[in-house]
Structures are given as C-alpha cells and as structure tokens.
Write a protein of this length. Sequence first.
Lengths: 171, 385
Amino acid sequence: MSGVEKVYGGTGLSASQVEDGSIFVEHDALDCEYTWDAGVAIGRYLQELKNGRIIGRECDECRRILVPPRMFCEICWRPNDRWVYVKDTGTVNTFSICYVNWDASRIEPGHPPHLPAVIELDGATKMIGIMHILGEVDPQAIKIGMKVKAVWKPEEERTGAITDIKYFKPY
Amino acid sequence: MRKVAVVGAGMTKFVRRALETPKELSFEATKAALDSCEMKLEDIECVAHGSAPDAFDGIHQKGEYLADGCGGWNKPTMRVFNGGATGVHAVCHGWYHVASGMFDTCLVVCEEKMSNAMPHAQGFFLTIFDHITERPLYPNLLWIFAMEMNRYMEAYGYTKEDMAIAGALIKNHALNHPAAQLTEKVTVEDILNSEPMAYPVYRLDVSPVSDGAVAVVLASEKVARRLTDKPVWIEGVGWNVDTSYWTNKDLYYPRYLEVAAKMAYDMAGIREPHKEINIAEPYDPFNYKALHHMEGLQLSPRGKTVELLRDGHFDLDGEIPMCPSGGLLGVGNPIAAAGTVKIAELFYQLRGEAGKRQVPGDPRLGVAHAWGDLMQASSVVVMGK
C-alpha cells in the first residue's frame, strides 16, 4: 500500500482553445443590484463626510477612538460611548503604487498609478486608520510616516460618501 | 478526543485553466486520495468540503453543487469556507468529525476553479471589501497585500531582494512537484525584474492563478492502524479570526496567526515550536507572506527571519525547511485547494514519500497553515508520525 498518488487528473487548456470554440463553453454576465442601508454608525459617518468632517466613536473601556465608527466595540464587546470628531489630517501608515486596476487590467499608458494608503488620523487612537488614496504627490516621494491632509470635494458636490474626500495630499 | 490520522492524499494537476468542471476536478482528487490508501467510497462515513467564494464559479451554494464530485452523495456532507484559510480549516473541520467519535472515516475535499471568472478572478475580490467605506475607491487584493508587505518590510528594514530570495527558494521547490503549475526555474533577478504591479509587489512576487483540487482521507486510530503501518497523526489544530477593520491594526505582524498556532501547539504538546517543528508549510500567496507567517507561526523571531533565510535556515536541508512542496508560489493557488496541498505535503514528507522534495533527516513533526480574508483568518494543523 502506498500513499503516493500515481496519476494526476486535470487537463490544462490554453486561452486560444477557449476563444476559438474548440471546446464548449457557456458565457453569462450576471448583473447584481443592491441598495445597502448604511446603518447607524456609518450613516452618521457619511453625513459628517458630507459636512466636510470625519467622525469616530469612543469606547470608555479600551479608550480607543474608532474610525470608521461602529456603535459597539468589537474588542470590549459592549456598546461604545460617544461620537468624537477627529481631524482630517494624518500619517501614512503604509501605501502602494499600483499599476493594476481593480479587475486586474493594467492602467492605460500615461495614466498615473493608483496610490492607495492607510492613513492614521490625527485625533484617533494610534494605529486607527482608514484606507484612502493619495494625490498631488510624486509617487516616488511617498514615505511611510508622511503627514497628509484630506482634499475635500466642493461642498455642493459632496453626496455623503467616502469619495467626498478626493484624496489625501502631503502638507 | 480521539486520535485522528491522515491515511491518504490525492490531487489534480494545478493549471491556469482546466478543461474539467469543478465537480470533475473534485472527483479526480477524491478518487486519487481513496486509491492512495486502497479505500472505496463505501468506507467513507462523512465528507468535509472546502471551496472559496461562490462568485468564482458563478454558482451559489456550491457546497451542495460540488458534493457529488466530492463523494458526498447520501452522506453527512458539509462545506466550510473562510477564504484562503479554507484549505487547512477544512482539515480542522474533518478532524473534529473523527476526533469527536461521531465518525471513523472522513474525506476532506477542497476545490477551486478560478478561471471561470471573467476576465480575471481578481475582479471578484472587490466584493470582499466594505461596500460603503472601501469599495467606492475600487480596491483590489494587490493593494492591500502590497500595503501589508510595505509595512512588514518597513518594520524590520527588509528589502525587496530579501523577499525575492524567499520567493525563489519556494518556487524552485515546485520544479520537483509533479502537480505543479510552475515548470521553469525562477531566479531572484527574475523576480526583481518582473513587472511592477503594486509596489512593492511585482509579478513574480505573487502566486499564479490556478484551477485544481486536493483531497485527503482522515481515519480514527483503530481504522488507521488497520489501513497502514505509516499513519500520519493530526497532533493539533487551531484557527482564529481577527477584526475586519483591517486599517485599525498594525499589519506588520499577524497576531491572529500567533493565537491559532498556539492553539494547535498546545494541543500537540509543543512548547518550543522553533526547536520541535521539522517542516513548515506557511501560507505563501506572496513571497513576503511566507516569512511573515514564519514569524506568526513562532518558527522565527520577529525581525530575524531574513537573517535566518539568508543563512539557509529554511532551505530543504536547513533547520526548518520552508514550503518544500513549492507552495502557492510554485505549485499554484487554487484558493481553497492551495492550503490542502500543504496538508498533503506533510503527509508525503512524514512518510518519506516526497521524492526529490524529501526533507532529509527523518522529519517527525510538521506544521501547515492557511490564511485568508481581509488579512484576518488563519488555520493551522500540526502533523506528526
């Protein structure tokens, strides 16, 4: 008796075999639609983004100020205690210079790279950050620890969305 | 709890796009696992099944859909799923079916067919992000792993070359794996000169996209001893999940993995894993992840891992060989199945049946790990002979 497998199933195909019709395939494009309720915490967060401010929630037990806000603390497992405004400035905790779009296609030649970052917000607890993108910066000059500030859309263009902040730029 | 052994393992080849359907891949791997220990499906009492997001297949409730291929007809069959951590977690899941005394035999089958999703499976990962606070920024997985890699390198002053050394080490092990997707040698320079995708991640820092399936057979002690004189015991299992607020923690260290690993080591009676573990199969979808996870698995001191890597500590003939299978980086990364390859590898290694990949020195104890979701979930299995 041996534990070693002898035969490997699985047949590799080339892209051309899929495209030239030499094997049978079925194609469909599913179109899923949703309307998500923002909820209690994120509802207020979005309202404040529309106002040009960033708000978090404070937990009196672990003393953390949490952004994005939630109505309960996942560590202390209790309702947390109050709304707290944090600043729209912060520090780059980490970042990437990305040449790939969300669907794995490559960015157009000449298009600037995507610059995602985790930004620790001033006024929130150390290590409490949000994901956003950087702008008005030379990608090669981005450093962990860099101070950045939110660049907001004009008030009349804000809709109550994370994209009401266009990007964060060095200051 | 009863002792549980792995008594058989089987898999398909890992390929970019397989002719076979998910059910057919599952059947091939399951059949190979049963054949490896000369068992028939009628000898199997239950099926533990793992497969990652339904979105890849475009078929909802795919646990039940795949069950026929997994040998699940007319049996207690249940799917587990926690993203990339599924492949090892499904073995934890199978373990408690048998350890509990409820069943004497259990098939664990993990399958993934990434190629169904068009134009690229990556697009579906957009939907794992928070739908209100993150998705409007159009993130992808490369973004967040690049940011974790950047944070990890920054914390200890590791370089891209350091990460590439780990990548080349692992990828080239796969040249000796008969089911591997990678078939050509890769050098550190190849990795460093590959296409920048999301700095610091370059094309060859990442595992390939794959279709494939892996199955293992678990048995209680009395059945295992009847079946084989070389059972490989599951000595410990552990799993853990961290917060989904991934921007609210420091990514340089996977604390949730430490907790999962300690759970498994405690069960196995291991006090000093870095001295007791002979083989490590950390989850390695990116080259930095292998090193990051060696630290989380308590197999390498934080910040000293690159030094040990460069000293050959993790080579096939080193103190703790790292990913002798060739890992996700080399064998391939069909999400759920990728973790189960690591279980199969420990099975072969601890029986001395790993061929050219065999770790020398009669290894007795190994650890397999899988990881997933928003840098959040880990599952760990310790195996020994």
